[in-house]
Design a protein around this ligand. Structure first.
Ligand SMILES: [Fe+2]
Ligand SMILES: [Fe+2]
Length: 197
């Protein structure tokens, strides 16, 4: 089944043109990890590959264009964008639909929420979220070894996501940046779910 109106070759050509070389490599890495995790969790691998490939498709747009999409077209709540780094997630979902012809709602929502995540993510959304953080083409932080190891097992998905949230929160604190309320709420709910299991 095709998840885009463009052929895979055309998707790759367009992405390579619109992203920096490093971001393009990161997108390929995220697609590969999304596919691998989908296989482990019995989900559709082609669908996961496309979601991973397109998750940052608007990342290299100028901030002005991202703000236009988020504010004037999507009319999203500004409280979600206390950091401009989060603008590209909803903008990428919008561009994936409009320019790449993605209609699958779960692909679009996994792209929409890949930066801050959300409470009660589906397994598919979790896979794209964590693949973005752990892919091996461009990500090389120390904590990733442990997260990648956890991801080898079926019940390691939430634990790997918690590790990723901890690192995000630590890094925001260290850089004197604000933490989105949603990030704290998602972290707390993941901690609850791990403790129940
Ligand atoms: Fe991103
Ligand atoms: Fe990314």
């Amino acid at each position: 089944m095709n998840y885009t109106k463009l052929s895979l070759d055309d998707v790759l050509t367009k992405l390579e043109k619109e992203l920096t070389p490093k971001r393009y490599q990161h997108s390929l890495g995220t697609a590969e990890w999304s596919k691998k995790l989908a296989q482990l969790h019995g989900l559709n691998e082609d669908k996961a590959y496309i979601a991973g490939l397109l998750h940052d498709c608007a990342k290299c747009y100028p901030e002005e264009k991202l703000r236009h999409i988020v504010n004037d077209i999507l009319h999203l709540d500004p409280s979600e964008f206390i950091s401009s780094k989060t603008l590209h997630a909803p903008a990428s979902a919008y561009i994936a639909e409009k320019e790449y012809g993605v209609e699958d709602k779960e692909i679009l929502s996994s792209i929409r929420w890949h930066t801050i995540g959300k409470k009660n993510m589906t397994t598919f959304e979790k896979i794209i979220f964590i693949a973005d953080k752990v892919e091996t083409r461009t990500r090389d932080k120390d904590f990733l070894g442990e997260a990648r190891e956890l991801l080898e097992t079926k019940d390691g998905l939430d634990k790997a996501i918690i590790i990723s949230y901890k690192e995000t929160i630590k890094s925001l604190v260290e850089r004197d940046l604000k933490i989105c309320i949603d990030t704290i709420e998602i972290y707390n709910s993941l901690e609850d779910s791990i403790n129940v299991n």
